[in-house]
Ligand binder design. Structure first.
Ligand code: HGY
Ligand code: MN
Ligand code: MN
Length: 398
């Protein structure tokens, strides 16, 4: 079955009529349907499917065992996300297994497809939660205490999904068994469009982090409260959103506030507190830190001016990741001198790259847009990506 046909099976899973695009968050009904779909597709290919202690799904062709060749990505999305970010890598992995099986290939070492849990952090706020738990870069207690917007903890959600929070956490045996990892992903930019090529090999991932700014003021009546009597946390929050763009431009970094939540959020209510989340990224970790430090100082200044207070909490940080040079050179040669591209988007491959020889393949996205419904990959490019992935798996797992 072609990769596009596999993806088409997911067309109606987790559509978000209010936001547009897809909202598929870990363990919610849509994501559970996607997990079921993956299990069925993998078992139909003779793969042995099981969930690890951190709710990542693994489909094995021989194994688990030492020096495994592993490929995969994620199935969860951002709120209102596109159809390809994550699912393309999973569908292409299934398509690559089809290609290998069709030619009678038998792997000489364990080969697996992995679906990592909560890559976007769309429910519990920490991106790549499944791969961070697997690799130990977040500990069990911290992860299990994470809460979604409804107040449910990751531990409760994991238990409700059939997992055991007491077992969550680093899995050195599973991680140690991975010899090489490759993730195929839709490109989140226009590099391949400008180069006129369907597939690229990744070089690096921009360091990135998330910080919550909580502004506290005095809730009050929108009509009965004179301006001079207000401590309105929306004002310093709004000024901080503007300051984020200014600081990013000054430091040649990227800073985004995509989420700003007043509490209680009534139209005729002066908020008592307002949360905003900063996503900041830069090639140098020191630059990202400088942007956050400057923004923290500006936020404190704006808060004081309105009789408010602000607390800043770092929720996650991923240093800039550089993919294995040897693998990069090997894949570039193997894939007809495929171009090399850096990315500003985070991936589970970035988390694994500090522990396992890791690489990524990108597939052309004609719109260059991601994390939005306009994200796209043409069927021919999806198949070109799948063929490239099959070639890599054949070489590595021979
Ligand atoms: O946020 C990111 O860059 C990734 O899509 N999780
Ligand atoms: Mn994403
Ligand atoms: Mn992704």
């Amino acid at each position: 079955m072609s990769t596009s046909a596999l993806l088409a099976q997911l067309d109606d899973v987790g559509r978000d009529p209010r936001r547009g695009g897809y909202s598929r968050h870990v363990f919610d009904p849509a994501e559970r349907d996607l997990r079921d779909w993956f299990g069925e597709q993998a078992r139909a290919r003779g793969l042995d499917v099981h969930a690890d202690r951190n709710a990542n799904l693994w489909a094995w062709w021989g194994g688990p065992g030492p020096d495994a060749v592993v490929t995969g990505s994620h199935l969860d999305s951002v709120p209102g996300g596109g159809a390809f970010d994550g699912p393309l890598g999973v569908a292409a992995a299934l398509g690559a297994v089809d290609e290998l099986r069709a030619t009678g290939f038998q792997p000489g070492r364990p080969l697996a497809i992995v679906v990592f849990a909560e890559e976007e952090g769309g429910r519990f706020g920490v991106p790549c939660l499944g791969s961070r738990l697997l690799s130990g870069s977040i500990d069990r207690d911290t992860a299990c205490a994470l809460r979604d917007q409804g107040g449910t903890t990751f531990a409760e959600a994991l238990r409700a999904a059939g997992g055991d929070p007491a077992r969550a956490g680093a899995d050195p045996e599973l991680l140690g068994g991975i010899g090489k990892f490759v993730e195929l992903h839709v490109e989140q930019g226009r590099g391949l469009v400008d180069l006129g090529r369907p597939v690229a090999v990744a070089t690096s991932i921009l360091g990135h982090g998330r910080w919550r700014f909580r502004f506290r003021g005095q809730g009050n009546h929108a009509g009965a409260t004179p301006l001079e009597d207000r401590s309105d946390p929306m004002l310093p929050a709004a000024r901080t959103v503007l300051a984020a763009r200014e600081a990013a431009a000054r430091h040649e970094a990227r800073a985004t506030v995509g989420r700003l939540v007043p509490n209680p959020g009534g139209t005729n209510v002066i908020a008592s507190s307002t949360d905003l989340w900063l996503d900041a990224r830069a090639p140098l970790d020191t630059t990202t830190r400088a942007v956050v430090a400057e923004l923290t100082a500006r936020a404190e200044e704006h808060a004081r001016a309105e009789g408010c207070r602000v607390d800043v909490t770092e929720e996650s940080y991923s240093p800039t990741a550089h993919f294995d040079q040897g693998l990069r050179a090997e894949l570039t040669a193997l894939l007809d001198d495929a171009p090399a591209l850096a990315t500003g988007a985070g991936h589970d491959a970035g988390v694994l790259s500090t522990r396992v020889p890791t690489s990524m393949l990108f597939v052309r996205n004609p719109t260059g847009i991601s994390h939005a419904p306009d994200e796209h990959a043409e069927p021919a490019d999806c198949e070109a990506g799948t063929a490239a992935l099959a070639r890599v798996l054949r070489r590595w797992a021979a």
